[in-house]
Design a protein around this ligand. Structure first.
Ligand code: ZN
Length: 160
């Protein structure tokens, strides 16, 4: 197994839209295993998207306590409710902001076996699903802040 260096805020790879995975082969399985290894090796790591390790493909891994989950080519099918949560990101270490997003998320995607499955994520799980899909679209949590807090956050990140 290999662990990756996690790409940090400011790396252009985090701002690109990732491409769909067309063939789920051994390379994809190895990438998933290495992403999980990387995530578990990082304090507070509950989710990791492929662009965060420099791979422009639509895949992420997460574990909110129920064991590892690998999702390929995910689609958010529906959302409902609202949930306020102090959200952080492994690509923006040491910083977090309270962000309101839908509290329940229905997501579908493919597993490593190529079969489609769906997840109903509530609260933390729902938040992770939304956060990781954002990564695949080149979005970061600072993009989810209101204007004033986004300006403050960008100033903080620039000072680093
Ligand atoms: Zn993140």
């Amino acid at each position: 197994m290999t662990t990756f260096a996690i790409r940090q805020y400011g790396d252009p790879v985090l701002r690109q839209v990732a491409k769909e995975i067309e063939e789920i082969d051994g390379r994809v399985a190895k990438l998933a295993a290495d992403m999980l290894e990387t995530m578990y090796g990082t304090p507070n790591g509950v989710g990791l998207a492929a662009p965060q390790v420099g791979v422009q493909r639509r895949m992420f891994v997460y574990d909110v306590g129920g064991g590892p989950v690998v999702v390929i080519n995910p689609t958010i099918v529906g959302v409902s409710g609202e949930w306020d949560y102090d959200e952080g990101c492994l690509s923006v270490p040491g910083l977090s902001w309270p962000i309101v997003r839908p509290g329940s998320v229905h997501l579908s995607g493919l597993g490593l076996d190529g079969n489609e499955f769906s997840i109903e994520g509530e609260e933390l799980e729902g938040r992770v699903l939304q956060h990781e899909v954002d990564h695949l679209d080149g979005l970061l949590l600072v993009d989810r802040l209101d204007d004033e807090r986004r300006r403050e956050a960008k100033a903080t990140l620039r000072r680093r």
